[in-house]
Design a protein around this ligand. Structure first.
Ligand SMILES: Cc1cn([C@H]2C[C@H](O)[C@@H](COP(=O)(O)OP(=O)(O)O)O2)c(=O)[nH]c1=O
Length: 277
């Protein structure tokens, strides 16, 4: 079952405000099955952060499966696994992804930009589970154990978003994308593998069945503690309302009355004084 946007686990909540203490955002990983929208959302997120004054770059941590798939098709084979064999393909993928992640982290160190990563180490663990001869999502096999040993040198991203999507929706998207193909059985196995990973509890699970805009809003909402506070806009000064003609007339009349009264009082007083002398 794919959770909806409301049930997405927040990275933090209103009871634990972190804005004042949060350390700078350095890396965000987007993970999930093929067709969940990682590439689309990672590009958008990098743009959205940059537009808010947080330099961020899209980084792809590919494992080469797509490239080998194209090569295999060109050579008349079904896919990379058909070309290299299942175990060899998993090994090559693990090595290539390891190198890609290393490159991403080194580039982040040099550029000091936030790395918005399309896939990360956990994708390899899920791939190994889902591509097993008999996929058993709960089971940590020898290949995964080795991969974990190699990948443990990499730090955990500040936030890992799991884009949770219905495998049927993902399948439709991949078919429309047109340059690759995934079996429904594999997409289901990969979904189950992500959900069974020990890291699942640290993922921010986001419903990725919605429109790209809805998903992007959900991602940004989870990153709100890192987003610069909006600059307070000073309240516009309300210009003094022009006096209405009636009010002005009334005031003039009151002034005139006061002046006449004062003049009358002054002349009466003068007469009294004159008479007195
Ligand atoms: C995010 C998203 C992508 N797409 C399209 C764009 C791509 O052609 C395809 C797959 O998205 P993509 O971002 O390539 O997914 P992933 O990197 O996880 O494999 O689906 C949608 O139709 N709707 C969406 O909400």
């Amino acid at each position: 079952m794919v959770p909806d946007l409301e049930s997405a686990r927040p990275a933090f909540d209103d009871e634990h405000p972190v804005a004042a203490t949060v350390r700078p955002l350095r890396s965000v990983a987007l993970v999930g099955i093929d067709g969940s929208g990682k590439t689309t959302q990672a590009h958008e997120l990098a743009h959205a952060l940059a537009a808010r004054g947080l330099p961020a770059s899209y980084r792809r941590n590919a494992g080469g499966r797509r490239w080998f798939g194209r090569l295999a098709t060109a050579l008349g084979r079904r896919d990379g696994e058909h070309l290299l064999g299942r175990k060899a393909m998993l090994f090559v993928e693990s090595v290539l992804r390891w190198l890609a992640i290393l490159r991403t982290l080194l580039r982040r160190t040099v550029t000091r930009e936030i790395a918005i990563m399309d896939r990360y180490a956990v994708c390899q663990y899920a791939s190994i589970r889902a591509h097993a001869k008999t996929p058993r999502p709960q089971r940590l096999n020898r290949a995964e154990r080795r991969a974990r040993l190699a990948y443990r040198v990499f730090p955990r991203p500040d936030v890992t978003f799991l884009l949770a999507v219905d495998p049927a929706v993902a399948h439709d998207r991949i078919e429309r994308r047109g340059y690759d193909h995934e079996e429904m059985s594999y997409l289901r196995a990969a979904t189950a593998a992500y959900e069974a990973l020990p890291e699942y509890g640290n993922f921010v699970v986001v419903d990725a069945n919605g429109t790209p805009e809805q998903v992007q809003q959900a991602l940004l909402a989870h990153l709100r503690a890192w987003l610069p506070a909006p600059v307070p806009v000073p309240a516009p000064r309300v210009p003094a309302e022009p006096r209405r003609a009636g009010a002005v007339l009334l005031q003039a009349r009151a002034l005139l009355l006061t002046a006449v009264t004062l003049a009358a009082a002054a002349s009466a007083l003068t007469c009294q004084l004159v008479e007195g002398f």
